[in-house]
Design a protein around this ligand. Structure first.
Ligand code: TXD
Length: 365
């Protein structure tokens, strides 16, 4: 083949580096080899990406219900991590639209590519892979998590119905307080299997525990792992003997008094921030924790994280949502991980379970 023949061949629509699309457009396809190879040329893949607009290859959709402090900050983390396209829903008109547009316009500065849409219309949430429910009231100073129950019961029931009819295959991450009761409610209302309704609390509580351990020992938070069991409330059960710094149990590194102080601060971690903020409650860490869970699901990471899940006999408990270590992956909750507890730990666990049962009972479902 002469040089001129080669150039002609490369420029032909049915061969070489260019090919014709279904609507007559020509596009560059340097990997085309002819025969079967034509189907997997680079041009085909580019076209696939562009055809997203028409409903072809899509990024996963993440719906966040409640565009308040936790919801909007969760949208921020999700966009920055490019986990998918984000739909932010709220009852307040204009607010989710405004926050979403502001975040979308941040993409060029921070360098993330994803759509961020704010809306009051649940139709936009259809086909979500993950739905994070943060709608509700935040705890005010002096208000217990249980005080919130009545107000948030109505909100969580209604938003759950709205999202599950449009995203029947979604995995729900519940954030609204009182957490374990709201997750129980979302499971009941959605009718979803237990692997697809997960409450966010343990990742936050463990993060606080890790943070306080690192501060006390003046070491990197990255080297600290912490284990927290139980309901999301003042009765939660941080477990020092399973909490480590670079694999060394903290019981080897700190005195029982130091540990007790940290455990106590972890239990009251939410209240400490509420008292400081005066209006509203913590949201940076809660939103980051919810997004870490969403990431584990969307990327099928099979992370082992403390989450609130519906127990069916694990840890001797049934018919309640309770914080335990789980394997979190593409299927949602893929496994509950059980560890043997000491007598004292079991007693704390029972106390925590009793508190959760009370709040579930108050739901009067
Ligand atoms: O560890 C945890 N699970 C938590 C839970 C940690 C932090 C916060 N936690 C709870 O999450 C908190 O006690 C609240 O129950 C929720 C949301 O907390 P956030 O700080 O984001 O509260 P905001 O800023 O008040 O936002 C709530 C938003 C607000 O914009 C309302 O307009 C909206 O929820 N809202 C609704 N959206 C959609 N649909 C309905 N019905 C609705 N009602 C209120």
């Amino acid at each position: 083949m002469t040089l001129i023949q080669l150039v002609r061949w490369l420029l032909r629509a049915d061969g070489g580096w260019f090919r014709e699309g279904t609507s007559g457009q020509r596009f560059f396809s340097p990997l085309r080899l002819g025969g079967e190879g034509r189907q997997c040329g680079l041009g085909m893949r580019w076209k696939g990406i562009w055809s997203e607009e028409k409903g072809g290859m899509m990024r996963p959709k993440i719906t966040i219900v409640g565009a308040g402090n936790v919801g909007a900050t969760a949208a921020h983390w999700a966009a920055q991590k490019e986990l998918g396209d984000v739909v932010l829903v709220d009852v307040v008109e204009g607010m989710p639209q405004g926050k979403a547009l502001d975040l979308l316009e941040t993409g060029p500065v921070e360098g993330f590519d994803c759509r961020v849409l704010g809306t009051n219309d649940y139709e936009e949430t259809a086909g979500s892979k993950v739905v994070i429910i943060t709608a509700g009231m935040a705890r005010k100073p002096g208000m217990t998590r249980q005080d919130l129950l009545a107000k948030n019961k109505e909100i969580v029931s209604s938003v759950t119905k709205e999202v599950v009819t449009r995203s029947p295959e979604a995995i729900l991450i519940v954030v609204t307080n009182p957490l374990d009761a709201m997750a129980y409610l979302a499971k009941k209302v959605s009718g979803f299997p237990r692997n697809r309704v997960i409450g966010m609390a343990g990742v936050l509580d463990a993060a606080r525990f890790r943070c306080f351990i690192a501060t006390e020992l003046d070491c990197s938070v990255e080297d600290v792992q912490a284990f927290v069991l139980g309901g999301h409330g003042d009765e939660m059960v941080p477990l020092p003997r399973f909490s480590t710094v670079a694999g060394i149990p903290i019981t080897e590194l700190m005195s029982p008094e130091q540990i007790e102080k940290i455990v106590d601060r972890t239990r009251k971690g939410g209240g400490e921030i509420v008292a400081l903020l005066k209006t509203g409650s913590a949201y940076y860490c809660p939103s980051a924790a919810a997004i870490q869970m969403a990431e584990a699901i969307l990327k099928d990471k099979k992370r082992i994280l403390p989450c609130s899940v519906y127990l069916e006999g694990e840890y001797g408990l049934s018919d309640l949502f309770f914080g335990v270590p789980i394997k979190l992956g593409g299927g949602g909750m893929e496994e509950v991980i059980e560890v043997r507890l000491t007598e004292a730990e079991r007693e704390s666990l029972e106390r925590s379970a009793a508190a959760v049962r009370n709040s579930i009972r108050e739901l009067s479902l």
